[in-house]
Design a protein around this ligand. Structure first.
Ligand code: FES
Length: 136
């Protein structure tokens, strides 16, 4: 009789752990995400991006670079290379964005100049309000 009770207890334990292993992921999927909220708007003083300079920010979980192109003004581009997703680096002396992984080269407009990237860097809209640059 003791043995039967023990087996029933083990079966109940096994059943409840199996049920929990299915319920926990389901509850995590249904529950709203916690943690840091996504940045919906970025405000940067124009002083922080002088002519020929650049500033890196994260917007909506995407690494973005804001460049003040000489004679052309500000532009905000994704830093995620369109080849395999490495982060491009700004080379102010050459006036290019360079991907360190496979030597992809982009113009400061995000256009592919050489290398394997199949398409231009995505561009984010920005606007100037007074002394600030606004994205979003
Ligand atoms: S990931 Fe950028 S060139 Fe390959």
């Amino acid at each position: 009789m003791k043995r039967r009770r023990f087996l029933k207890s083990m079966l109940a334990l096994l059943g409840s752990t199996t049920l929990l292993s299915f319920l926990y992921p389901l509850l995590r999927f249904i529950a709203p995400p916690t943690g840091e909220a996504r940045v919906e708007r970025i405000v940067i003083p124009k002083d922080e991006v002088p002519t020929g300079g650049a500033k890196e920010v994260v917007y909506r979980e995407t690494p973005v670079i804001i460049i003040n192109r000489p004679g052309k003004g500000y532009i905000a581009l994704s830093r995620v290379c369109t080849h395999l997703g490495c982060l491009v680096e700004y080379d102010g002396r050459k006036g290019r964005l360079i991907c360190p992984c496979h030597a992809g080269v982009f113009s400061l407009d995000g256009v592919v100049l050489s290398g394997p990237p199949p398409k231009p860097l995505p561009r984010f809209s920005l606007r100037i309000e007074g002394e600030n640059i606004l994205i979003g």
